[in-house]
Design a protein around this ligand. Sequence first.
Ligand code: UDP
Length: 237
Amino acid sequence: MSDGKRVLVKLSGEALIAADGYWLNPQTLTTLAADLKSAVDAGFRIAVVIGGGNVIRGAKVGAAGWIDRATADSMGMLATVMNSIALESALEAAGASARTMSAVAMPSVCETFARQPALHHLAKGRVVVLGGGTGNPFFTTDTAAVLRAIELNCDAVLKATQVDGVYSADPKTHPEATRYDVLTHDQAIQQDLKVMDTAAFALARENRLPIIVGSAHGPGAVTAILTGAAPATRVTP
Ligand code: UDP
């Protein structure tokens, strides 16, 4: 992918968990922030959606029965804002300019998401960290990532996972599994390859949005994927 491109990076909240189980590992954020700054320095415009799975997943808490799902999802959305402002701080500490914009209004904490100001931040070379998911319960941050990528005219979503792409089977349990370099949205559906959750993937397919799947683990990982220096799977129309 060439520079000047606009990419929405989707990170899972789980990647922020520390080795001792604490929900936030500052070192992971520092490494990630340096990586995203190098991507900006390489000429990419970067928006980020970070999940909240390191703190809470609404479906799991809702299933316990004593708290309704919509309330649990609100808690999940708040968790994504905590992660987002932590990442914004790490980005600023790394020397990048960053702004958090939340789908859930909390003006004393961060900006509220609106498309035009978000486009303006991107045009200025700021990393735009999008918190609060879609702002609605019963969705995930994968759907938020695809939705915002389309709204912000991004060229692709880079979905960061534990492994370096989409495999024919889970490589952890099937060592013989092979990695795809390219796939179409249709092939991913036909072969039941789980790239993202179903709602998110359907939205990406309908809007012909490419999804790049790769590992954001370790220093420089995101930049390496974007510049083609690291392997990844590209899902295209
Ligand atoms: N969430 C929501 N609406 C959204 C996005 C997220 O209600 O548009 C809630 C939902 O409860 C979800 C939680 O926020 O479980 C954390 O997001 P997600 O599970 O996508 O985080 P990740 O797995 O990427 O860390």
